[in-house]
Ligand binder design. Structure first.
Ligand code: FE
Length: 184
């Protein structure tokens, strides 16, 4: 699918209600919460947009249901990263591409971090390669955008609050569209 702001907004309009087993929130609510956390952190619009769209690969997938519950890795970070790279700079696409490895890095280096993972994230961790070796950690952390990917990953865990009320779908998508326009 060709990347455009209209295509992104239609995707969230159509599939934003998607809700994986073991996650407390829909894809649209998760995207909005992660975007808000990024905005509150005062990061660049590009990293805010990456936070909003880091799971877009799940929406681009044609698989039904929750991939991890049938032992399938949908490689959503690669699908999403490649999709976003067609329209946006690396400041947007690379943290998205790297957010799964950021989880693997954090689990390997911070014993407390694993406790923050949702049941779906724990299931997918094993499918995504599990913990990194020391060598892999050292390699990951020196990559360009590693720090952005780590920040994004921490918002990812926090952005699953089922108690939080989010604005109407149209409002959320309008905010997303406006931010995406700023990032082109
Ligand atoms: Fe996520």
């Amino acid at each position: 699918m060709e990347t455009s702001i209209q295509a992104i907004s239609e995707l969230y309009q159509k599939k934003g209600d998607l809700h994986y087993d073991g996650e407390g929130v829909s894809q649209l609510a998760h995207a909005w919460q992660c975007g808000q956390l990024a905005k509150e952190s005062g990061v660049s619009p590009q990293l805010q947009l990456a936070a909003w769209l880091h799971d877009i690969g799940h929406l681009l997938s044609s698989k039904e249901g929750t991939p991890t519950s049938y032992g399938y890795d949908d490689h959503h970070e690669q699908i999403g990263g490649a999709y976003l790279a067609q329209l946006f700079s690396e400041e947007v696409s690379c943290p998205v591409l790297m957010h799964v490895n950021a989880k693997r890095y954090l689990v390997s280096t911070d014993p407390e971090y694993r406790k923050l993972l949702s049941p779906d994230s724990i299931r997918s961790l094993a499918l995504q390669g599990g913990e990194m070796t020391l060598e892999e950690c050292n390699q990951f952390v020196t990559m360009t955008f590693a720090q952005d990917a780590i920040l994004l990953r921490k918002w990812d865990e926090l952005g699953k609050n089922s108690e939080l009320k989010i604005p109407a779908k149209e409002v959320v998508i309008a905010c997303l569209t406006q931010l995406a326009q700023e990032c082109i």
